[in-house]
Design a protein around this ligand. Structure first.
Ligand SMILES: [Zn+2]
Length: 380
């Protein structure tokens, strides 16, 4: 079900976790499941009160947007970036990169394939049921994308005895995500979003040897074009023949730091031909940050594709002016017709549990600004 309004307001996924939840996560408290339920109820309430039309569960049960798979899949081990340093060929360069990029190497954990990958329990289906039971609004479930999973969890020296390369791992990742997507569709998810932040990195970091930390564990790639082809193919294999929810992909330029200058910069233009070949309904993109370039890039998008238009920046303190958001959306309608436009923040508010880019009051104010902009736009 799509909300029966123009400019539906939604989120990219994560909500900042309350301190008591972070504390319980750190202590591995026995009451963690109940506290996660409570935090999820709060995240839902904040979104509903702000006027969000399509709500998520706030990803309160995740350490970050993809590391949580370690709890739910067999064959995955969590390693900090500091531990992974041992498997990186040029350690000094990698360490310098992490420092320059303002990445907390000891805090952020990366899931690594160390055994045959299969579901131990659903990735997000149980979380989705909880969301569905506690809101009357339309719902969005978020999943790490198949390209991100296949590429970033395969680490030379740790994974190759099980899978000779990331492509071999890709087959099992596709199977896991298809199973999950089918179940989410049956459970009534209104939208399912795959997170593939690495795609912009392939495009914007290009052939340069300097990769951001998201790609630190990636196998030496053939070429950015070859990698983007892989991403298109993996996503299309996951969604093939599965219908029901709005199927989307989120591509941003990183959300681990509030220092805008350490995050990637560059427009989506080069990515659009690849997005057009993905058998998806919606592209959830950043546009609040000037680093994403002009929305004219979207003129080349498949004319049926929906755009999740990033209209507030989760990394800045003050909420955007609804009138200014509405003006920008009207400019966007030159390239994308109104019935194709959804409004969302540029990225999650709490992508990494320990390092949310916003606190709850700021995130609430920003979602409120999006909803106010939607009301202005719907009036005329
Ligand atoms: Zn993002």
């Amino acid at each position: 079900m799509r909300p029966n309004v123009l400019y539906p307001v939604t989120v990219v996924g994560s909500w900042p976790r309350p301190v008591w939840l972070l504390d319980a996560m750190k202590r591995r408290s026995a009451s963690l499941p109940e506290l996660q339920d409570q935090a999820t109820l709060l995240a839902i309430k904040y979104q509903e009160d702000a006027g969000v039309d399509i709500v998520s569960d706030g990803e309160q049960r995740r350490d970050n947007f993809y590391s949580f798979i370690a709890d739910r899949l067999e064959g995955i081990r969590l390693m900090t970036l500091a531990e992974l340093l041992d498997y990186v060929e040029d350690k000094a360069a990698f360490e310098n990169l992490l420092n320059a990029l303002d990445v907390p190497a000891f805090a952020i954990k990366n899931p690594v394939v160390v055994g045959k990958v299969r579901r131990r329990k659903p990735l997000v289906l149980d979380d989705f049921h909880f969301l569905r039971q506690h809101t009357a609004r339309a719902t969005k479930a978020t999943l790490p994308g198949p390209y991100l999973l296949a590429r970033s969890t395969w680490v030379k020296g740790l994974s190759e005895s099980i899978y000779p390369d990331a492509d071999a791992l890709g087959d099992d990742i596709v199977a896991v995500l298809r199973e999950e997507l089918r179940e989410l569709a049956d459970a009534g998810a209104d939208m399912v979003q795959f997170d593939e932040p690495v795609l912009s990195e392939l495009l914007l970091a290009g052939r340069s040897a300097t990769r951001t930390f998201m790609c630190a564990a990636l196998a030496a790639s053939s070429s950015p074009e070859g990698e983007l082809e892989r991403a298109v193919s993996l996503l299309n294999r996951v969604v093939d023949g599965i219908h029901g929810p709005i199927l989307g992909v989120h591509v941003c330029r990183g959300n681990w730091s509030r220092k805008e200058d350490v995050l990637l910069a560059g427009p989506y233009d080069g990515l659009v031909p690849y997005l057009n070949r993905m058998k998806l309904d919606q592209f959830v993109l950043e546009y609040a940050t000037s680093r994403a370039g002009a929305p004219a890039a979207l003129a080349a998008l498949n004319p049926k594709a929906q755009v999740g238009y990033g209209a507030v920046n989760p990394r800045t303190a003050d909420a955007e002016d609804p009138e200014a958001i509405a003006r920008r959306v009207r400019d966007l309608t030159e390239f994308v017709s109104p019935e194709r436009i959804f409004l969302n923040p540029d990225c999650g508010f709490g992508t990494f549990a320990d390092r949310p880019v916003a606190d709850a009051p700021a995130a609430f104010a920003k979602l409120g600004a999006l909803a106010a902009a939607a009301r202005i736009l719907r009036r005329n």
